[in-house]
Design a protein around this ligand. Structure first.
Ligand code: ZN
Length: 443
């Protein structure tokens, strides 16, 4: 099968556990197949020997969904990194699982297309990992999560069986939609090897603004105004609470283009096809927002550099770390009550508790950082508060990060017993020997 197919355990000590954890990778070995057939043979051998297998992508996930132990074999699809085809008529690309997200975005952009799923880890995460974790990010309000842009896929099951569900059409109503079993399964039901993704026409205008609001009601109202009046071109609406802006701007952080004392900040971006008219409409809506008092201050970037600087406030938050990272979702109507409840309970837990909130909100998603962070000393206590505050608010303990190991014990807050039993049934059906990514999502 080729001499560099297998990386031995001792060589793995040079590989970091993940983007977030520099300690060396633990495993029996790492296997790097070049083809689906090779992977199928590897999986068959592992199955015969009852050998557990952990699949790894770009290792940018934050719930330990790709964590391995010294007892596991790691499969990496880093050598299956070809963009096999781009079909301009259908707006479809066929890509192998090891392709880096940004590579795909740039490749199809050269052909006039947009691959719309986008998030901060674009330069190192892989398509296979993004599909396996149903990644979300900043454009979800317009294009949906990874699940929405996958038309078909190929996966290798625990026993080596290759399931080829490489559908290329938007319409194909032929029974159970098998690809959905693997999307978001975090490597527990099969190894995704190739994916058919949907492409969108590239946009030719882009208008961006950062603005401040005095109340959450004003934020929610402006989201509604922009969604309604931008004719579907609103592609991002990122909200940052004052706590977040205070943490990432100022001394040692970003330069805030707006006064740092407002309660809420928004980065809104619209992408359309008529630069002049789109810019005029975008500015008119912001002016109307200021006239009605919803928007209390605003800045429009005058260059791509200024635009990138605005986005860096949202995407580069190292100065706010280390912290416990959370990723919950709930309906917009409950968000303000949730954050108020969270503040009360965190301060009741510890007077010196600090937390920062930001998120995509149009898709229900809030990210929360909580400190003090003392390694993992307070992890369970903080988990209990952050997830406990969701009670009665129709929320979810994971908006886009998945479950992995970190959120496994809390899954029962978001899924009922019948749902969990059906999940276990699917796992028993597809991986009866429990060899794939053991210990993740469910036991
Ligand atoms: Zn996010």
């Amino acid at each position: 099968m080729g001499s560099d197919l297998v990386v031995a355990a001792e060589s793995l000590r040079d590989r970091a556990t993940s983007y977030w954890d520099a300690s060396p990778t633990e495993a029996k070995c790492l296997v790097r197949p070049e083809t689906t057939e090779q992977l199928s043979r590897v999986m068959r051998i592992c199955h015969e020997h009852r050998q557990s297998v952990v699949v790894q992508g770009g290792l940018t996930g934050i719930v330990q969904g790709a964590a391995s132990t010294a007892a596991d074999v790691i499969v990496s699809l880093e050598r299956m990194d070809a963009i096999e085809s781009v079909d301009a008529a259908d707006g479809v690309a066929i890509v192998q699982a090891g392709v880096i997200l940004q590579t795909l975005q740039e490749h199809v952009a050269d052909k006039g297309f947009l691959f719309p799923v986008d998030f901060g880890a674009r330069g190192s995460c892989t398509i296979g990992g993004a599909v396996a974790t149903n990644a979300g990010g900043i454009n979800v309000l317009r294009y949906g999560m990874m699940r929405s842009v996958v038309l078909g896929l190929e996966a290798v099951l625990a026993d080596g069986t290759v399931i080829s569900s490489m559908n290329q059409m938007l319409k194909n109503n032929t029974g159970y939609d098998l690809k959905q079993l693997f999307i978001g399964s975090e490597g527990t039901l099969g190894v995704i090897t190739r994916v058919v993704v949907r492409l969108y026409p590239q946009t030719s205008s882009r208008d961006t603004a950062m603005f401040a609001c005095a109340s959450f009601d004003a934020v929610a109202r402006q989201l509604s105004v922009l969604k309604t009046n931008l004719a579907g071109t609103l592609s991002a609406f990122e909200v940052m609470w004052n706590s977040y802006i205070t943490a990432v701007t100022g001394d040692g952080g970003h330069v805030s283009p707006l006064d740092r004392s407002y309660p809420y900040y928004v980065i809104a971006e619209a992408e359309g096809a008529d630069p002049e008219a789109d810019a005029e409409r975008f500015q008119r809506l912001l002016e109307a927002g200021m006239e009605c008092g919803d928007i209390v201050d605003a800045v429009l970037p005058k260059s791509e550099g200024e635009r990138r600087a605005l986005w860096s406030i949202r995407e580069e938050f190292e100065m706010a770390l280390p912290a416990y990272l959370y990723d919950v979702s709930l309906p917009i109507r409950h968000m303000e009550a949730y954050v108020t409840r969270l503040q009360e309970r965190l301060l009741a837990w510890r007077e010196d508790a600090v937390f920062e909130v930001f998120g995509h909100i149009a898709d229900g998603n809030l990210h929360i950082f909580v400190k003090p962070f003392a390694d993992n000393a307070h992890h369970d206590a903080v988990d209990a508060i952050v997830y406990g505050c969701l009670e009665g608010l129709d929320g979810s303990i994971s908006a886009e990060h998945g479950i992995g190991i970190d959120k496994k014990s809390w899954l029962g807050l978001s899924r009922d017993d019948d749902e969990l039993e059906l999940m276990r049934g699917l796992k028993r059906l597809l991986d009866p020997a429990k060899l794939l990514n053991p210990g993740k999502i469910i036991d």
